[in-house]
Design a protein around this ligand. Structure first.
Ligand SMILES: Nc1nc2c(ncn2[C@@H]2O[C@H](COP(=O)(O)OP(=O)(O)OP(=O)(O)O)[C@@H](O)[C@H]2O)c(=O)[nH]1
Ligand SMILES: [Mg+2]
Length: 294
């Protein structure tokens, strides 16, 4: 009797990050690398064209022209399903990469809400690529510093002989003002909740996007210096997370300053820079290979 053959379940990678983290730009450049077999040696390639090729081609056209991609609206989020192969043609499987709006991640912290589709995706993902933009980090303000500042203002008002109200209005605190550190820890805790009793550590690739804006640091050093609480959380939960940190420049530079230089590159993939473990310099598929364990 012939054995029934069940098709393999597509592997899913969650592409996560708050608004402006660089998710769509990453997808545009990734699509260029994946769909131009041989341009970047050792990169994963396409086994068969995806249904969303038109959307991805439109993103790549913008990327090739050095036009910034538009903010992804909540309603325009897309699932990108790609059948990938190793450079020698060995199939790696079907990979689902969602291009979600950063607002759907922000809402989890600000409104304590998680869309059912996002929760399902988290549950079914074999790994997460978490992107963060180095210029979009909100540092927490310490109460100690606030108190010291308030005392200085009061003392100078007294010295100047001013009494009563300074005329300043009190600004209402909003959850969105919370430090990025805290929001990332919360996001990871939510991911763990969605994974339920899965005993394997969650593979987490952290991508610091716009790496061209960072100078003189290794990606892990940047993470430790810039997001100490988040770094400490990852360090103390090594049984829950298996992590790798990458510096990723999917654009290659700030379009306002470097467009001529970027357009002048012999091959468009030379604009891309990625640094981290087991990375060829322009191979944006390196984090995917690690997340997929191929
Ligand atoms: N300098 C530089 N800027 C980048 C790079 N990648 C992305 N950016 C910029 O970062 C900003 C946000 O990029 P997006 O790709 O739209 O980010 P997103 O995560 O998709 O944002 P939402 O759709 O709002 O969730 C844009 O202004 C990009 O031009 C990079 O490699 N270098
Ligand atoms: Mg986007």
């Amino acid at each position: 009797m012939a054995r029934s053959h069940t098709p393999p379940v597509p592997k899913q990678i969650m592409l996560a990050g708050f608004s402006g983290a660089g998710k769509t730009t990453f997808l545009a450049a990734l699509w260029h690398v994946i769909s131009n077999k041989g341009e970047v040696p050792n990169a994963l390639t396409l086994e068969s064209p995806p249904k969303e090729a038109e959307h991805l081609n439109a993103l790549r056209e913008k990327w090739l022209r050095c036009d910034p991609v538009l903010h992804t609206e909540l309603t325009s989020a897309k699932q990108v399903v790609m059948s990938l192969a190793k450079p020698d043609g060995t199939p790696v499987g079907t990979v689902i990469l969602p291009d979600l709006s950063g607002e759907s991640f922000g809402a989890q912290w600000e409104q304590r809400q998680c869309a059912e589709a996002t929760a399902t995706m988290l549950k079914e993902s074999c790994g997460v690529l978490l992107l963060m933009h180095p210029h979009q980090i909100q540092q927490p303000v310490r109460i100690r510093d606030r108190v010291a500042l308030a005392a200085t203002i009061k003392a100078s008002a007294v010295a100047a002989g001013r009494t009563g109200s300074t005329g300043a209005t009190r600004k209402e605190w909003l959850p969105s003002m919370t430090g990025t550190d805290v929001q990332f820890v919360d996001l990871l805790q939510l991911m763990l909740v969605q994974r339920g009793s899965n005993p394997a550590p969650l593979r987490l690739a952290i991508g610091i996007s716009a790496w061209d804006l960072v100078t003189g640091l290794e990606p892990m050093e940047w993470l430790k210096n810039t997001l100490p609480l988040f770094h400490q959380y990852l360090n103390s939960n090594q049984d829950l997370f298996s992590i790798r940190v990458y510096g990723i420049s999917a654009q290659g530079g700030d379009y306002k300053q470097t467009t001529d230089e970027l357009l002048g590159k012999f091959q468009a993939s030379e604009r891309i820079t990625i640094v981290g473990p087991d990375c060829d310099p322009h191979d944006l598929t390196a984090p995917l290979k690690w997340l997929l364990a191929v």
